[in-house]
Structure formats: C-alpha cells, structure tokens
Design a protein around this ligand. Sequence first.
Ligand code: ADP
Ligand code: MG
Length: 279
Amino acid sequence: METGIKIAMEPQEPLERPSPETGREPTKKLRTIGVNVRYGEALAVRDIHMDIPANRVTAIIGPSGCGKSTLLRCFNRMNDLIPDARVEGKVLFNDMDLYAPQVDATEIRFRIGMVFQRANPFPKSVYDNVAFGLRVNGFDGDLDEAVYRSLKQAALWEESKDRLKKNALTLSGGQQQRLCIARALAVNPEVILMDEPCSSLDPIATLAIEDHIRSLSDEYTIIIVTHNMQQAARVSDETAFLTVGDDNAGYLVEHGNTRQLFTNPTDERTEAYITGRFG
Ligand code: ADP
Ligand code: MG
C-alpha cells in the first residue's frame, strides 16, 4: 500500500508550512494547562502552559535537568509509572482530559507512542518487534502488510526485508532506533514522543532519522526532546525552550516558530542559551 510518506534520504525540501497568517493554523493536538510535576516533595517542572499543534514537529530544548523528559512523559502518562511522580494541572489530548479517571493509560500509550534515548528493541525477531503492539491489541487484519507498512514508514524496509526473522539485536544502532520507531508506528498512533532519539547514534544515522522525522509529520504529531540545537532547528516547526529556576524547577521561557526562536528570540534567556552564553 502506498502511504504517501517519503522515505528518508530523499532530497529535503525547505521546511515551510502554512503560517497562522494564512488562516490555516493547525489544530491543537495536546495542551498543558498549568502543569507541575513533583518527584516526592521536589518540584521538577512548574506551571507549564503549552499548546502542541497537530501534524507538526515540536522540539523541546533546554539545559540538562530542566525537566524536558519529565514534561514529555506527561503527554502519554508515562510519569504514572514512576512511583514518586505526581502531575498537577491539566493535560488535554484532542481536548479530552488525559488524566480523567476513565482514561485507560495503556491505550493512551499506544495512541501517543514513545521512542527513547537508547533504542530498546525486544530480544525478538525484527518482525515480532514491529508486530508486538498489534498482537497485544488483538489486531485481526493482515499482519504482514502492517509490518511492511511500518518498516517502510520508518525507512527500514529495504535494509530489513531479508532479515525479518533475525533477532533485532543484530541490527546496527541506527537500525534499532528506526525499528523502535516502526514499532511505535505499527499501532497507528496519533502522536509520537521522542526523547533524545539520536543521542547514541553516529552523524549518518542521526541525519537519516532527522530526515525521517520531518516526513512523518505529514501524518503524525511529533514532539522531540533534544539537547542538540542544530537538530531542533533542522527538524522542527516549533520550538519550546525550558530552563531551570533558582528553586531548581524547570519552567517554559519561550515557545514559538522555530526559525523565529533561533533567529530572533523574544526573551533574553533564550538568546543567551542559543548563543551558547548559558547552559
Ligand atoms: P532533562 O530531561 O531536561 O535533563 P529531567 O526531566 O530528566 O530533565 O529531570 C528534571 C528534574 O527532575 C531533575 O532535577 C531530575 O533530577 C529530577 N528527576 C527526574 N526523574 C526523576 C525521578 N525518577 N525521581 C526523582 N527525581 C527525578
Ligand atoms: Mg532528559
């Protein structure tokens, strides 16, 4: 099936999107309203108000320890799995309260998938890794077709089609990370969260994944945490800059169009960070 998604390594087009001025502002996929996260008594992020546009790539940048991963985990209730963590405020997903009691957090984590810093394929075959979530969810369609489509979307099909039965751990680091992306994509999520997905990869694998992230945003909403500002500038439509306050809690300084934030930030703390005078 042709999905219309371009595979990685094709020539890049400039990342121009319809701007709000054209009247085609994207809808808000996720919103945080006054979100605080605590670990025990310690406040880790404070009063985050953030809107995440649909079908765009949003980058979250900021110095180590400012709460990027903590904030990212709020978007698919991953903080629920950390015994000490407590999320206050509201997170809306398609305008629905993500933390409402009737919401099934496990289902949410399929609809809002996550790719981690280190590729974490299961010690199973390439095929079984991609098919995993579909089997868990009792998928009764054509599994071969779904695995093919996901590997194709993750720009891994050509490299893996002759080794689908091989253990995923025999793939290279970059291939394993794309396999984890394929695994997240297989269940047809609406959002993909990525926490420094390239930090353990070499520059070539990094570029392949960056290229791929851009093409995925045609169909998915993507939030990527990165400590690499060039990467944020290359892959994202919008960028959010967090920093740490005197109380050690992270907070949002500035969030807006990526090009504008990197060329003409409105806040001097952002400017200090992107010019390397801080962090
Ligand atoms: P970043 O991803 O920006 O480096 P994190 O979200 O990992 O920042 O961490 C933000 C703050 O929360 C840090 O002070 C960190 O020590 C603390 N923190 C993160 N995870 C935990 C945890 N599981 N338990 C206690 N404190 C944590
Ligand atoms: Mg982190």
